[in-house]
Design a binder for this molecule. Structure first.
Ligand code: ADP
Ligand code: MG
Length: 398
């Protein structure tokens, strides 16, 4: 992992102005946040800087205003939620540069917090305009990026500012980068990767990257159907991308050459209707799926075999549920595998890192979200990292 500076590299920051990029793009319901996980994630960074006497000025985007002021997309809408989580008052600053900002920062005392308005109100943000970034940078002494979830975007406050001011990773960013590095950057082998979810087409780049890096590639979810079809299995009415069977075969060939074992299920859970506990529910061998049936989960024998594989591994990286986990009982394989991963992690034999919107939900549903090594809630940034891409916001910190 490329070296980056952290808050440990900062000294004598009392009275200095910290420009801190955070993710406050909170899901809203009836005028307040329905989930404050993102605020909780950046709390340690903000409070540490306050305790060390810095004036902390927060930068964030909120929704997609497309370079214009938008009355419903001001970051002032989340001010109250952030104040509640931090248990501190915040001064709202309705600009990102200029005399208003200068005046506001003049009023802040060491340990106080300011919140600038939505950085995406200005077209320079998404254009990563250097002049725009310089205008913001003029108000700060140093820059802290604690928004890994926005690091796949090369925007002024996620990337540009790092070239204008001394740049540091915040505590949440530091934790995320260390976890990701231990999972794929510099992992302890053998490494197992699980790729599940709905479609192969959304995760081709992930699969291509993983086959060269891991010893075991476990394919589940709807994606497994496409791989099974590529191997000549009749998958009936299952979700399957028949136009991608050649691609699936080429991925399996690449895996072979790289010494990566691809694991596909040999038994599956099928039904004729996609509903909870359907009357037609049954478990069968992959070769026995009828033409009017859908594969909705991998089967218990497959899960047992995967547990045995996992027991031989030191590292697990996981994106995508193994079945249609939102509908019972098609959550069974995902839940069972999650429990195995959690138990091995708790015993200390496995480092387990998982990410992806539905994967996070599936682990929470299985009740083991606290028992894996790290869960990334970063969505797009997590997937791009699994694709092996360099994230501009991270690269700029090096
Ligand atoms: P993530 O958000 O973690 O990256 P995806 O969005 O790729 O995951 O995939 C999650 C979705 O895949 C879930 O909604 C789940 O119901 C669906 N899914 C998993 N297995 C199947 C299957 N066999 N048939 C249909 N849908 C499936
Ligand atoms: Mg998803």
């Amino acid at each position: 992992m490329a070296g980056f500076k952290t808050l440990d590299d900062l000294s004598d920051i009392a009275g200095k102005v910290a420009l801190v990029r955070v993710d406050l793009n909170l899901p809203m319901k009836d005028g307040s946040a329905s989930d404050v996980t993102r605020v909780e994630a950046v709390r340690p960074t903000i409070l540490e800087l306050c305790e060390r006497g810095a004036k902390v000025v927060l930068l964030a985007h909120f929704g997609r205003p497309k370079g214009q002021r938008h009355s419903t997309l001001s970051t002032s809408f989340v001010q109250g939620d952030v104040e509640r989580v931090l248990d501190k008052e915040i001064m709202f600053i309705p600009e990102v540069s200029g005399p208003v900002v200068e005046q506001a920062i003049g009023i802040l005392r060491p340990g106080d917090i300011g919140l600038m308005d939505n950085v995406r109100f200005w077209p320079g943000e998404e254009a990563n305009d250097a002049e725009f970034a310089a205008g913001i940078a003029a108000h700060g002494d140093f820059y802290v990026n604690d928004a890994f979830s926005a690091a796949h975007r090369a925007h002024a406050t996620t990337e540009g500012l790092a070239h204008q001011l001394p740049a540091y990773a915040g505590r949440a960013m530091e934790k995320e980068l260390k976890a990701l590095d231990s999972a794929l950057g510099n992992p302890e082998p053998p490494v197992a990767a699980v790729v599940g979810g709905a479609k192969v087409s959304t995760k081709l780049a992930v699969l291509e990257n993983l086959v060269g890096k891991v010893q075991h590639l476990i394919i589940g979810g709807g994606m497994a159907n496409t791989f099974l079809a590529a191997r000549g299995v009749d998958v009936g009415k299952s979700l399957c991308e028949h136009d991608l069977t050649e691609t699936a075969n080429s991925i399996m060939d690449k895996a072979d050459h790289a010494g990566c074992t691809v694991h596909l299920p040999y038994d599956v859970v099928v039904a004729k209707e996609f509903e909870a506990n359907p009357p037609s529910l049954r478990t069968c061998n992959v070769h026995e799926v009828a033409e009017d049936e859908m594969i909705l989960d991998i089967g218990p024998m497959a899960v047992e075999a995967l547990a045995d594989v996992l027991k031989t591994c030191r590292t697990l990286v996981w994106n995508g549920p193994l079945g249609a986990f939102e509908t019972e009982p098609f959550d069974a394989a995902t839940a069972a595998f999650a429990h195995t991963a959690a138990a091995l992690t708790q015993e200390g034999s496995l480092i387990s890192v998982a990410g992806g919107g539905d994967t996070v939900a599936a682990l929470a549903h299985a009740g083991v979200a606290q028992d894996v090594t790290y869960i990334s809630t970063a969505g797009g940034a997590f997937l791009e990292w699994m694709e092996g891409k360099e994230l501009p916001g991270v690269a700029a910190l090096a």
